[in-house]
Design a protein around this ligand. Structure first.
Ligand code: AMP
Ligand code: ZN
Length: 468
């Protein structure tokens, strides 16, 4: 199994620290609003990496944090006039809902920064003791030049960085020994959450939490550390500096970074108005389609989100699910029979597509090629499996496609489309009108919904709707 390791800029054979086990740490979101579809990319990609390791028989310890103390959270709290923890708890809950709807499994552990402050203080103390950090007026800084190898992940060199930083010395930070030094602990400001520490009341810098949580829940050396490519510098570089200085061992053997998601070929940004939350998308189509769309491109390639591309992913997924539906139908009708000689050949072809799928996934999780192998399998099933086929063959085809989809986190069944609250309200109102025998109102609401592209059908099991 090969993984592209950002640390060495090449694909490398994966060798676990402990046979049969893998420890993965993924930097999670800062929880100050609903997650956007860019944040969803690392969640979906690395959940798929985890699933594939499990498919290969590994026991996976998957840790992903929530950054629940940060300037943006405090700003949101002040704007709403509520506490920072109210904001972070609310958006952790919302994020977990989005993850569930995207079929992203909960991590083995989801640590929260605010619950790990003691560990962060200990880490900072040990860095000071070892000469890697110093305190000035209640702020603790990491002494970057004390750490040999700073820049090894991002490929930056200290001299170039210094040149760029010389005039960047921000007011209030000029107490730093060196422009490159970064904050490990900062003193409290009025109205901000704070914790007690040997350097006075304050809170940790952002990078500190990941070094502490990854060590506590996985160990001093991680098999894999992952996140979006924007985190390579400074976040991951600083994590390495902190962890390796404190622990004296290599921090992570493999570094994986997903490329960014853009919208209509532009960077996603609120000011450009091309900004979608996962919740926005869920109102338009099942998140299973979003997941399939994300995996239709290799995780290290930029991903362009556009209606046309999503529609084409939706059509592709539909083709696979239609084939699975047909096979399921055949299975229920055809409950007997073992492979015939002629079917042995078809069965071997199924195996060859499984090999193709695994080869793609073994090659740095190439989900695009893995999906292509599923399409080939579907094509074979559509042609070679008929009402005359044996139960064994139909079952093998159905189970194989379902299993390969499951590794991608895609269910072999059509997801129920969600509907937005307003439409649900109108449907309920129409039901109420029908109950009251106000058929004129009921028909009027049905027509309004029709104009909105929603067709209702009254069935024995109740009212059903579909998009038209
Ligand atoms: P943040 O909440 O900004 O710390 O981001 C959480 C995770 O989402 C990090 O791994 C980021 O790298 C990732 N991320 C943020 N924006 C995007 C994007 N547009 N495309 C892909 N990943 C992103
Ligand atoms: Zn991190």
């Amino acid at each position: 199994m090969k993984i592209y390791n950002t640390l060495n800029n090449r694909k490398e054979e994966f060798v676990p620290i402990q046979e049969g086990k893998v420890g993965i740490y993924v930097c999670g979101p800062t929880v100050y609003n609903l997650i956007h579809i860019g944040n969803a990319r690392p969640m979906i990609v690395f959940d798929t990496v985890r699933r594939y390791f499990e498919y290969k028989g590994y026991e996976v310890n998957y840790v992903s944090n929530f950054t629940d103390v940060d300037d943006k959270i405090i700003k949101a709290a002040n704007e709403e006039g509520v506490s920072a923890s109210e904001i972070s708890e609310r958006y952790i809950k919302e994020c977990k809902q989005d993850m569930e709807h995207m079929n992203v499994r909960p991590a083995t552990t989801h640590p929260k920064a605010t619950e790990e402050i003691d560990g962060m203080i200990e880490l900072i103390e040990s860095l000071i003791e070892k000469g890697y950090a110093y305190e000035v007026n209640g702020t603790v800084y990491y002494r970057v030049k004390a750490f040999q190898g700073y820049g090894k992940l991002s490929g930056k060199n200290i001299e170039d960085m210094e040149a760029g930083h010389r005039d960047l010395l921000v007011d209030g930070e000029s107490e730093k020994e060196d422009a490159l030094d970064f904050v490990l602990w900062k003193p409290k400001k009025e109205g901000e959450p704070f914790w007690k520490s040997p350097w006075g009341d304050g809170r940790p810098g952002w990078h500190t939490e990941c070094s502490v949580m990854s060590r506590k829940y996985i160990g001093e050396t991680l098999d894999i550390h992952a996140g979006g490519e924007d985190l390579v510098f400074p976040h991951h570089e600083n994590e390495i500096a902190q962890s390796e200085a404190a622990n004296g061992v290599k921090f992570a053997n493999y570094w994986m970074h997903n490329a960014f998601l853009n919208i209509d070929n532009h960077k996603m940004s609120k000011s450009l108005g091309n900004f979608f939350t996962v919740r926005d998308i869920e109102k338009k189509f099942p998140l299973q389609i979003l997941r399939f769309f994300m995996l239709s491109v290799h995780y290290r390639s930029p991903l362009n989100f556009s209606d046309t591309l999503v529609q084409s992913a939706a059509n592709g997924l539909d083709r696979i699910l239609t084939a699975e539906e047909r096979l399921k139908g055949l299975l229920s009708k055809n409950t007997e029979g073992v492979l015939t000689d002629a079917e042995e050949e078809i069965s071997k072809s199924i195996d060859s597509y499984v090999n193709k799928y695994e080869e793609a996934m073994d090659d740095d999780f190439n989900t695009a090629d893995a999906i292509a192998a599923i399409f080939e399998l579907v094509k074979l099933a559509n042609v070679a499996i008929t009402e005359e086929s044996s139960h064994e063959l139909i079952k093998k085809a159905y189970d194989t496609i379902a299993k390969l989809l499951d590794v991608l986190g895609i269910k072999a069944e059509r997801a129920e489309e969600s509907i937005d609250d307003k439409v649900q309200e109108m449907i309920d109102k129409r039901q109420e009108a029908r109950k009251n025998k106000d058929f004129a109102l009921a028909d009027q609401i049905r027509d309004e919904l029709l104009n909105m592209g929603i067709e209702l059908k009254d069935t024995r099991e109740g009212v059903k709707w579909k998009r038209i």
